[in-house]
Ligand binder design. Structure first.
Ligand code: NOJ
Length: 515
């Protein structure tokens, strides 16, 4: 177990607020309508003003962009659309100068079909790199090796025929994203080399894409037919992955300054997620998606939170919390009201664990409506990837018309408009981040769930005499609530009565931090 003794400061990744940037849609320095690394550097003031501790960059590596960068053709170079390695170094330096740590996205389970490794592997059945990927023959009547289905393909099989060599290769996602064969030692070494390349450049860690999908059943056995329609990557949960993760953790630990890895463990049950932390010797953090898919109901959220602590606490694993990302509808859209989205922000930033913000949620952005002729993502995720509106003006701070349309109400939702309005969603996020920074209880304290009236989720955070109560009203009716002691409102999701005594009353769709 990796025990943190009480006189040591907690590791940064436990108390940080991590802000996800989707590089195509953040800042555009080149003026081609697609965001780039220098454009991110130009906009770092936004993160400093907000108070974010770290940023996670979705992929900016060389890629033919079938999956907008999650199909990597060179892990150690920047795609020209995003700039150059020098631009990356400048971004890293500028972020570090502001005290902001940088995580980059590492895509270890599959490459692009254009990666030189795959080009070499597919060249012949006897290629030295053939075994870097997963190849099988079809059966006599063309039968596939198993019933696995792929993601982003409307349920197509996870196997595609390579006409030239007559064999099928495995792909958990698009046919343009062949799965790497991690059972091959050379693959492990090559992917570790990628980590070293970026660690040596100074990154603080990685978000590891579908990390649970690197280990495969050596027998490639059929999935349970009842589940076979679910993309196989959401079912793949193999013991061998833990051995790979322990090697990766040793590699990270061999570097100074607590380099961290947060894994995307896209499995359907939190119980399956816990083992990926190992005994403090695998992932530092793991995403846990059941809460992301939970409806906005007090009982469901309470259950998700209790389930999370029930399985993570016994293995001393630190939770993460996410409301939105580049793969799902934004929570402002899912929860269908700004008041609920604001209350959800209070929840996200006060639960025990590390919160991840997805760029634009601090503006209360909804998904963009993307007309059919502008749809570009095979997985239908364009709406949540719309560009950040920086200014009120017609092009919202983008030099050219961006690659995707803006979300609705881009002018009033722009950073410029909201910075000038103390009641805005943006200012609420800033107050929440400041409240966390100022409170050991909110950052690292224990969390006790309290029983409250139906529709409310109430909990208390405690650390060494510092104490906060959090109340989230999931309903659109005002609700009375009695709490012991004389408490005052530190942050209110609607800004009401901050700094004033708590009067035993929670507004409709309101969430409060009380001190
Ligand atoms: C998960 C990423 O978040 C998603 O955007 C991508 O399509 C898949 N992994 C495949 O890499």
């Amino acid at each position: 177990m990796s025990h943190i003794s009480h006189d040591q400061p907690a590791p940064w990744w436990k108390s940080a607020v991590i802000y996800q940037i989707y590089p195509r849609s953040f800042g555009d320095s080149s003026g081609d309508g697609v965001g780039d690394l220098a454009g991110i550097t130009e906009r770092l003031d936004h993160l400093t003003w907000l108070g974010a501790d770290a940023l996670w960059l979705s992929p900016f590596f060389r890629s033919p962009m079938h999956d907008f960068g999650y199909d990597v053709s060179d892990y150690c170079d920047v795609d020209p659309v995003f700039g150059t390695l020098a631009d990356f170094d400048a971004l890293l330096e500028a972020a570090h100068a502001r005290g902001i740590r940088v995580l980059i996205d590492w895509v270890p389970a599959h490459t692009s079909i254009d990666h030189p490794w795959f080009v070499e592997a597919r060249a012949s059945r006897t290629s030295p790199k053939r075994d870097w990927y997963v190849w099988r023959d079809a059966g006599p009547a063309g039968e596939l090796p198993n019933n696995w289905t792929s993601a982003l393909t409307d349920g197509a099989p996870a196997w595609t025929l390579d006409e030239a060599s007559g064999q099928l290769y495995l792909h958990s996602f698009l046919p343009e994203q062949p799965d790497l064969n991690w059972a091959n030692q050379e693959v492990q070494e090559a992917m570790q080399g990628v980590l070293r390349f970026w660690l040596d450049r100074g990154v603080d860690g990685f978000r590891a894409d579908v990390i649970h999908n690197i280990g495969k059943d050596p027998a490639l056995a059929d999935a349970d037919p009842k589940l076979a329609k679910i993309p196989h990557c959401a079912l793949n949960d193999e013991p061998v992955t833990h051995a790979y993760l322990r090697d990766l953790r040793r590699l990270l630990d061999s570097y100074p300054n607590e380099r961290a890895m947060v894994g995307e463990v896209f499995l359907l049950d939190t119980k399956q997620v816990a083992p990926y932390y190992g005994r403090g010797d695998e992932l530092h953090l793991s995403f846990n998606f059941p809460p992301l898919f939970a409806p906005w109901e007090a009982a469901r959220w309470r259950e998700c939170v209790e389930d999370t602590f029930a399985v993570l606490d016994p293995v001393e694993a630190w939770p993460t919390w996410v409301l939105s990302n580049h793969d799902v509808k934004r929570h402002r859209t899912r929860y269908r009201s700004e008041a609920r989205a604001r209350a959800a922000a209070v929840l996200l930033l006060t639960l025990r664990g590390t919160p991840f913000l997805y760029m634009g949620e601090e503006l209360g952005l909804e998904d963009a409506e993307v007309p059919p002729e502008r749809v570009v993502d095979p997985g239908g995720r364009d709406g949540c990837r719309a560009p950040i509106p920086w200014t009120r003006g017609p092009s919202h701070g983008w030099p050219a018309s961006p690659w995707l349309p803006f979300a609705p109400d881009a002018a009033p939702r722009s950073v410029e408009a909201q910075r000038g309005d103390a009641d805005s969603v943006l200012h609420l996020y800033r107050r929440l981040l400041a409240a966390r920074r100022g409170s050991p209880a909110l950052r690292l304290g224990s969390m006790k769930i309290l029983d409250g009236p139906e529709g409310l989720f109430v909990y208390r955070r405690d650390a060494d005499g510092d104490r906060r109560w959090v109340v989230v009203n999931f309903r659109d009716k005002p609700t009375p609530l009695e709490l012991d002691g004389s408490l005052s409102v530190e942050v209110a999701s609607d800004g009401a009565e901050e700094g004033e005594p708590f009067r035993g009353h929670v507004g409709a769709d309101q969430a409060l931090i009380l001190a």
